[in-house]
Write a protein that binds this ligand. Structure first.
Ligand SMILES: Cc1cc2nc3c(=O)[nH]c(=O)nc-3n(C[C@H](O)[C@H](O)[C@H](O)COP(=O)(O)O)c2cc1C
Length: 429
């Protein structure tokens, strides 16, 4: 018997040609109305069923995820801060570059492998740190790590993750990087760093753009009071039993790595999140980063840099790399995107720093643009989460496969046999 999903596998949402450009940019969908359709003809819709093989693009995975998730969880996944101008900028910055292919190049072999910190990775992207993945699937951090390990790419685990660091780092074959939020008294950051060292994490990624919590207004509107969903949101969640079954069957997610540092009377789920938010250290500065660098024996990255002058500063304190990022548009509104800063950051960093960029990457062509502008690799934030929220581990694997296939085809079409051949001359602004 066919399930309801199989009978209705295509979204009846507004077709893309009717999307307003700014709205589309804010949500991460295609930026321009397409000239391929006239009015509603031919009628088009993204896939929203359950057959992963039918998801042709990351955008299909996104629609599948939206169908499965209650609205408050989809809002947490998608939302940006305030007017979402930063969120929109991430897609718009990518869209501001056009590709200028070279003709008649032998592309019978294509190579998208890169080397990060002296180790080869078969794909030029890694999975970004994202907190509260347990809202999308049970044991989500372990599943993301397994998918990353299978693909041979790093998984960056967030301080606000829901599975224990030691369990995630022990996933066979994973390149485990630990993302540190600096909160509370110093002994907390030091304890987390010591744990990451014992867990054999390859790199420490200190996020520095979140000492205040960006105001994701649309997410807040799903809550009647801090920590309490509106009646409408609770009702909506009750209408998503498939989500509840695959996500909450083991109980509410908990901040498995941060909770021990939260005062005992503040350890209930929302309350613990608020406590950590309220205790982010606003005094975090370069001197403290230098101190953390000295505590950590392996590769050290700073995530959330946008000003190229800070890239030089990062090199001066001994960082091995930076992630040029605006936190997926979730923190300060009206910033540039990491991509906007990349050319100047590369000019200043030369070869002495690993530069990773993120924000709005949904397509193989997005990845190629970042690499052509000087990035060593890119991070997938929502792209991986769409796969996760659509179908768990196999959804993440599908997202990775889609991007691998797109990058491979795009290299061939671009006339660049290897990502190492990419440079700004492949781009026109
Ligand atoms: C749901 C969600 C949670 C996030 N949580 C964290 C986090 O805990 N730590 C962090 O450094 N960045 C976090 N980020 C930012 C991502 O690491 C990354 O910078 C961003 O998602 C990249 O943009 P993209 O989603 O458009 O790919 C989060 C992003 C999202 C979407």
């Amino acid at each position: 018997m066919r399930t309801i999903d199989e009978m209705r596998p295509f979204s009846r949402q507004r077709p893309p040609q009717e999307a307003k450009p700014v709205e589309a940019a804010a949500t991460g969908a295609r930026l321009d109305p397409t000239p391929a359709t006239q009015g509603r003809s031919p009628e088009r819709s993204y896939y929203t069923g359950r057959n992963l093989a039918s998801a042709r693009t990351v955008e299909d995975l996104r629609r599948m995820a939206h169908r499965r998730l209650p609205a408050f969880a989809a809002e947490y996944l998608e939302g940006g801060a305030e007017e979402e101008a930063t969120l929109a900028r991430n897609r718009a910055a990518l869209a501001s570059y056009r590709l200028t292919p070279r003709a008649l190049v032998d592309v019978s072999r294509r190579d998208q492998s890169v080397s990060i910190f002296g180790r080869a990775m078969p794909l030029p992207f890694a999975i970004a740190p994202t907190g509260l993945n347990g809202l999308f699937w049970r044991k989500a951090d372990v599943l993301l790590a397994r998918a990353a390990a299978q693909a041979g790419i790093p998984f960056i685990q967030s301080t606000m993750s829901n599975d224990p660091m030691e369990e995630v780092a022990a996933v066979p074959g994973v390149r485990h990087w630990w993302q540190l939020y600096v909160f509370g008294p110093r002994k907390i950051r030091e304890a987390l760093i010591a744990r990451a060292e014992s867990a054999q994490s390859e790199a420490l990624v200190v996020t520095v753009d979140a000492q205040f919590y960006g105001d994701r207004e649309w997410e807040q509107r799903r809550f009647a009071h801090p920590g309490r969903l509106t009646v409408g949101s609770v009702f909506d969640a009750a209408l998503h039993p498939r989500w509840a079954l695959t996500t909450l069957s083991g109980g509410m997610p908990r901040f498995a790595n941060a909770i021990d540092y939260v005062p005992e009377d503040r350890r209930r789920f929302f309350d613990s999140a608020f406590w950590i938010r309220a205790n982010m250290d606003p005094a975090l500065d370069w001197a403290e980063i230098a101190r953390l660098r000295a505590l950590w024996p392996r590769k050290f990255l700073i995530k959330g840099i946008l000003n190229p002058a800070d890239v030089e500063r990062a090199a001066d304190v001994g960082a091995d790399g930076v992630v040029l990022s605006n936190h997926g548009g979730r923190q300060l509104d009206w910033t540039v995107s990491g991509l906007d800063s990349l050319p100047e950051a590369r000019r200043r960093a030369g070869d002495r720093m690993t530069l990773i960029v993120d924000g709005g990457v949904r397509r193989g062509t997005d990845v190629l643009k970042c690499l052509a502008l000087g990035a060593d690799a890119v991070l997938l934030g929502r792209a991986a989460l769409y796969g996760l929220a659509a179908a768990g581990r196999s959804g993440v694997e599908r997202a990775i496969d889609i991007l691998r296939e797109e990058i491979d085809r795009d290299l061939g079409l671009l006339g660049a046999p290897s990502v190492k051949d990419l440079n700004p001359q492949f781009l026109t602004r």
